[in-house]
Design a protein around this ligand. Sequence first.
Ligand SMILES: [Ca+2]
Length: 159
Amino acid sequence: MSTRRLFILFYLLTITTFIQVDAKIVARATCDDDMLFYADGVLMASNNDWARPKQVDLPDNTTVLGVHCVDTGGISGIYVTYTLNQTYTTDTSWKCSAKFEENWSTPGFEDGNWSAASIVNETLYYRTDWIWTAGYNGKDKVVYCRKKIKGWSLYYITI
Ligand SMILES: [Ca+2]
């Protein structure tokens, strides 16, 4: 193998290492009140203490996050952060619905009819980046919110 080819190989290995480090997805998720947290349609965590988000290590190739939340009274909301090169927090790019639909949390589900999430903006608990459907304040008690996150893939290059 020539020096140039060795250099290219080393270069690609370095890039691959960075991709793998960056691709690790760590999520923290909670909701007010009872949460089920999904990654690509697979149940990853449940939580019924909104003040204590659950930390979840997600598969590197996760493409869709889903939160099913049941509000059992008072105020409601969903809060998720996840790292994928940088840290993202629930915002209006999430899609929410109050209607159960089969396979709603899977990558293949078509969410074009779902509405953009509403920001709860509950100042009592400083919830400036929690989300819900537009039916906040007791109208929607059971909601489903999902978010397509950036996927990643490895490219194989012949030197
Ligand atoms: Ca509540």
